[in-house]
Design a protein around this ligand. Structure first.
Ligand code: PFF
Length: 452
């Protein structure tokens, strides 16, 4: 007999824990640079449309699969259909790829927090500060190891509960601070143009890559297509309404991403004097732009420090849930003890993460299909494996276990599934076709076979 699973106490506990995993660097670091790069308002619009249709359906499906089977991803698929056990394993690979490079970015956040704490705000705001930092592998490795070590320690000692408590209190502070900094950013001279670019869709900027980038970001940000929400669902009580919990998680996640973009994109316009090429900076955008905003702000040193503490916490709650997933996969599979598994996962992640660190420094010339290491890991997980997992999950729900199984789970305890029709249409028809198209074109594009 399996032990009774410990569970979340109620809906709020579930929503906050899932939001803790969902809200992280994906919202604050990744979303703004993608929005800046891929057309501003049209990217935002695409993202929101995808979130309320496709993201909604997939999240409901994953949570319901977990709650129905009371199992985590690897076993959930195989229990419902033996032939699909590979899907659980495929989903399990994603956190293993993401965790190392996620921690590299976590290291960057730690470095900026250290700079702000020691009063080096003006230096951090200078041009070249970020590029010099990532070009020197010594410092970047040190901060990456600190972040990774912190994550491993928390997972090892199982103090997630403590961290979760802190983050439940910190999350609202993060929201308030993001809104405040966003308002300040928009009021900077020259920033209004940027706010317009970010909010008003201009279809001249639309391209197929906009949709591809928005969809990859959706998986990443909502922790979808990697088995996480299945595991979370398995801890959820039967009387919690899956549909409204999903709506709340996505609202929270999208809200934070929206304000992060509003903090950063208008400020890019303000500090670059309207030079549009500054928008295409990629992964460094937040680190280059935000220190300039804080440096120009009265009391910016303190506000910036608080801000980076909160970002670090949001990043940690996400990296913990990533590492916990990886560790528990190994424990379940090989029955290793927790301490040794944590140590091995930590070692493995440091080794793999180092490749990403060096890829921005001494190995800058080494490229895989034209990408730097970190960007390559990001591409493989977000644009290849996650769409494959999402596609197969849709097929699994739509045609193998059938949507009725999910609907029945959502309607437990007398709950009414309001968007039932939308769910079925999305899972059976729209999502699989769209994902397939997107997957094929993004891979062909990466190999230079087509240009989109
Ligand atoms: N959703 C997180 C973010 O947006 O930062 C990233 C992530 C965390 C993905 C945890 C998966 C996960 F298990």
């Amino acid at each position: 007999m399996e032990q009774k699973r410990s569970g979340f106490s109620g809906k709020l506990g579930f929503v906050l824990a899932a939001a803790g995993s969902a809200v992280g660097l994906g919202n604050i670091w990744r979303f703004p640079y993608l929005a800046a790069q891929y057309g501003g308002g049209v990217f935002l619009l695409c993202y929101i449309i995808l979130a309320v249709t496709f993201g909604f359906a997939l999240m409901v499906g994953e949570i319901a699969l977990g709650r129905k089977t009371q199992l985590s991803a690897v076993s959930a698929f195989s229990t419902l259909n033996k032939k699909y056990s590979f899907l659980g394993y495929l989903a399990a690979i994603v956190p293993m790829i993401i965790l190392p490079y996620y921690s590299v970015i976590g290291g960057w956040v730690t470095k900026y927090l250290a700079a702000f704490c020691t009063g080096n705000v003006a230096q951090a705001a200078q041009d070249g500060y970020f590029s010099n930092f990532i070009a020197q592998p010594g410092e970047a490795t040190l901060f990456f190891a600190i972040f990774m070590g912190l994550t491993a320690l928390i997972v090892l000692f199982g103090v997630e509960k403590g961290i979760e408590k802190v983050s439940k209190f910190m999350m609202p502070v993060l929201v308030v601070l993001s809104v405040g900094v966003a308002i300040y950013s928009v009021c900077l001279p020259g920033a209004l143009e940027g706010a317009k670019y970010y909010i008003m869709p201009d279809f001249k900027n639309f391209s197929f890559t906009t949709v591809i980038a928005a969809m990859g970001q959706l998986f990443y940000s909502m922790s979808l297509a990697m088995g996480i929400m299945i595991t979370y669902g398995s801890y959820m009580k039967k009387n919690v309404n899956i549909e409204s919990a999903t709506r709340q998680i996505s609202l929270f996640d999208t809200g934070i991403a929206f304000f992060a973009g509003l903090m950063i994109v208008p400020a890019v316009f303000a500090f670059s004097g309207g030079d549009k090429s500054a928008l295409g900076q990629g992964p460094g955008l937040m680190f280059v732009t935000l220190p300039k905003v804080f440096n120009s702000m009265p009391g910016g040193g303190i506000i910036g420090t608080v801000f980076f503490v909160l970002v670090l916490l949001a990043a940690l709650t996400s990296s913990i849930s990533l590492m916990e997933t990886v560790v528990s996969i190994f424990i379940d599979k090989f029955k290793w003890n927790r301490k040794i598994t944590c140590l091995l996962v930590f070692g493995g992640c440091v080794a793999v993460g180092l490749v990403s660190v060096l890829g921005y420094g001494p190995w800058a010339e080494v490229k895989i299909i034209g990408m730097q290491m970190l960007d390559f890991f990001d591409f493989i997980s977000n644009s290849v494996i996650m769409p494959v997992v999402a596609l197969l999950t849709c097929i699994f729900i739509g045609y193998v276990v059938k949507p009725a199984t999910i609907i029945e789970e959502v309607e437990q305890d007398g709950a009414k599934f309001k968007s039932k029709k939308l769910f079925v249409v999305m899972i059976k028809y729209v999502s699989p076709v769209c994902i397939l198209l997107i997957l094929i074109s993004s891979v062909l594009n990466a190999f230079g076979i087509i240009k989109i």
